[in-house]
Design a protein around this ligand. Sequence first.
Ligand SMILES: NCC(=O)N[C@@H](Cc1c[nH]cn1)C(=O)O
Ligand SMILES: [Zn+2]
Ligand SMILES: [Zn+2]
Length: 523
Amino acid sequence: MFRRAVPILKGISLIRITTRGFNETRAAYTATVKQPKQTKAMPELNFGKLFEKIDELRPQFIERLSKAVAIPAVSADESLRPMVVKKAHFIKGELEKLGFQDIQMKDLGVQPGPVEDPNLQLPPVVLARYGSDPSKKTVLLYAHYDVQPAAIEDGWESEPFKLVIDEDKQLMRARGVTDDTGPLNGWLNVLEAHRELGMDVPVNLVMCFEGMEESGSIGLDKLIADEAANYFKGVDAVCISDNYWLGTKKPVLTYGLRGCNYYQITVEGPGADLHSGIFGGVIAEPMIDLVKVFSSLVDSQGRILIDGIDEMVAPVTEKEMALYDKIDFTLEEMNAASGSETCIYDSKPDILMHRWRYPSLSIHGLEGAFSTQGAKTVIPSKVVGKFSIRTVPDMESAKLDKLVIDHCNKVFKSLGSPNKCKTELIHDGSYWISDPFNASFTAAAKATKAVYGVDPDFTREGGSIPITLTFETQLKTNVMLLPMGRGDDGAHSINEKLDLSNFFQGMKTMAAYLHYYAASDEK
Ligand SMILES: NCC(=O)N[C@@H](Cc1c[nH]cn1)C(=O)O
Ligand SMILES: [Zn+2]
Ligand SMILES: [Zn+2]
């Protein structure tokens, strides 16, 4: 086992104690899913000065976030690609000001797959280091600087790319505040707090910030493989802060994600959009065919109707069932987060299992169809429907693609339409599940306790971070997910927010995590 002398840190007092018992959830996981490892000695640290400094730097931190979210870095919108690149340069500038070294803007080349512009350049991956002390552990911090699309017309209370502080609700609102610009800034701010205090950063840092996460992390797999033995050499642990608490009160650490296979169906026929009075009833309409294919994919209870998918899903065991009841979560929190009472399930285990360990199929939208107000009597000549499947153990991406494409082709053929239909994968990213008992999770649990005074729940998440498994396999390291925001933050939705308390407590948790991980006698 790797042993390391515990560093005496400037400004931090150190008392060695033994880790107390795991919380209930963790104990259940230990008892049912994994063989327990021995609890290890873990130092108790005092973060008084560091936490005070994080609070004190509030104006600077808000200012940095305000500048970052003002850049509409929407990776899914080809016309906004220059903005994604602009945000990469903004981050580079901040890294330079903070004294990061070896800053590199990694070019990923031209974007493959279905794109309007065949020469569209992928945004750069921003790499940077802080420290290269061989006596310290090295932590890679990943976050993404791109964001989901947002427009005031969608129903936002304020301009989505302008940071608004709601003093009454004690929250910040803007696209990206919780996903993932807020957490990305969090790491920069943690570094700034150390520098302001003249405090030693207890680990070497390697930053990896990408600009295509919201579009499937295209190009990043190869970069990680290429840099595993180069820029990323010597990384001991990867920490990703790009997810959320399950609910609104209890902090969590995340040890599982669903994957995501994203598809498009193109149906085309007439040479141009047509008058429905002249052509309606006499030509085959692409939109009608698309709706038929869409309706064959999933039912209103969320059941996927494509043959062969259920058989790929790992069966639920009795041991696993025991985990769900212990998680701190309610149907009311689910309803509050969705702003409705539209949940298909009413029991906590059903909700959690359908979020975490069963696949789901969502229909997202379509290109090419009339979509504004009014009553335009047009027959669209070409429509492109978008849907995705969240994948879970043990679904294989390539096998799933074949089932999906064969299904769509079969249904379209059964329509007897003279139109053309093509179903293709736009991008995929694997599911991920980890052991939540390694030194990195233990350090994050200690950090959470130090900041929030409670042990975190250990949860999985229904969303996807495509690159998680790649980091784990290519760098042969543990990956730990440390969320900053809450389950009701409205990521990908209108009025995305981050509670001020989550921003500041989140940064304290990040900082404490680095110190606990540095002081752990294990990697
Ligand atoms: N915060 C993580 C997140 O929002 N991830 C996206 C990633 C994605 C995009 N396309 C496929 N996966 C998500 O939708 O889960
Ligand atoms: Zn994200
Ligand atoms: Zn996202």
